[in-house]
Design a protein around this ligand. Structure first.
Ligand code: ADP
Ligand code: MG
Length: 299
């Protein structure tokens, strides 16, 4: 099976962990996937957003072609787009009546007039907390939209203005695989920072997600059609709201639930075929290298 996408630290971790379990896994660039995967193979779509935040990494359409070739694709192109495009996410969660902050798509200040502060201004295809702004007044909303007006992501897609869920300093991130919560962490914001992203200094702490959070995470993943996804929940009013879903979710062993290795739990949930013990390579360092150096940014 292949992890299909572009180099990323978690992709390399997944490949290494799944190989140790006896899954014949490799990291495949889009063009390689088309050549190497066929019927009875599994392709795990792990395309992320572009660093410029103006869309999804190139080549995602290969996932649809793989499906046509009879490859079992987990995280189909549409699911990845539903996760990466926060406007689609908002519409899908809203239609399903799942708790999600009120969200407006704006191309100008006039579009945001019905959004009372405090709000958050962010890109449609965002990640790593980049260009996510908190606005406490109408003046700050106007100033923020003026400040981002010439960014490539704004020019292409406008911005989202979203109701602020009063920050409590941490959030809960679940990894959901095939309808099961297989991993979770609490992400604590850096001191003096309201955003919880690890890329801007947040820290991961092991978590034991409550049943209510798991049920919500599983529903959110199902609504966007994702097979392997991160679901970010913000604590709110005695419960949770779904903030966003990450189609190329970054995770590591901090996400283990108790003794259960998150990578093994994901492989089991996805029913990935494993070689019988007697056929497994004995030297686990005999891994084929990732095509290029993995990116080390984490969301
Ligand atoms: N509407 C919101 N209410 C409260 N906090 C928010 C809101 N939107 C974003 N945040 C905070 O900012 C962080 C980054 O926002 P997010 O929408 O997840 O974008 P990104 O894709 O860049 O991670 C979140 O992890 C959360 O801590
Ligand atoms: Mg986020």
């Amino acid at each position: 099976m292949g992890i299909v996408g572009w180099p990323q630290e978690t992709n390399a971790r997944i490949v290494a962990a799944w190989r140790d379990l006896g899954v014949t896994a490799g990291m495949l660039l889009p063009a390689e996937a088309r050549l190497l995967l066929g019927r009875h193979d599994v392709g795990v779509g792990r395309f992320d957003v572009r660093e410029s935040l103006d869309g999804v990494q190139p080549g995602i359409e290969i996932l649809t072609e793989l499906e046509r070739d009879g490859v079992r694709v987990v995280n189909r192109a549409e699911a990845l787009l539903n996760a990466h495009d926060k406007l689609r996410t908002a519409r899908l969660l809203g239609d399903a009546d799942l708790p999600h902050p009120k969200t407006r798509h704006v191309r100008s200040l006039e579009d945001a007039t019905d959004m009372a502060p405090p709000v958050v201004v962010k890109p449609r295809f965002g990640s790593w907390g980049t260009d996510v702004f908190r606005c406490e007044t109408s003046l700050e909303i106007a100033q923020t939209l003026a400040a981002v007006r010439s960014r490539p992501w704004f020019v292409k897609h406008g911005a989202l203005v979203q109701e602020l869920v009063p920050p409590v300093g941490y959030d809960l991130r679940l990894v959901v695989a095939a309808g099961q919560v297989v991993g979770a962490v609490q992400r604590a914001a850096r001191a003096g920072e309201w955003r919880t992203n690890v890329a801007i200094g947040g820290t991961r702490r092991p978590a034991r997600p409550p049943h209510e959070a798991c049920a919500l995470g599983v529903m959110a993943a199902a609504i966007i059609g994702a097979d392997l996804v991160g679901v970010d929940l913000l604590p709110a009013a005695g419960g949770y709201v779904v903030l966003e879903l990450n189609g190329a979710v970054e995770f590591d062993r901090t996400y283990d639930l108790g003794d259960a290795n998150v990578f093994a739990a994901a492989a089991a949930a996805l029913h990935l075929p494993r070689l019988p013990i007697r056929l497994r390579p004995t030297i686990s360092s005999g891994r084929t290298p990732a095509p290029s150096r993995p990116k080390s940014r984490v969301s």
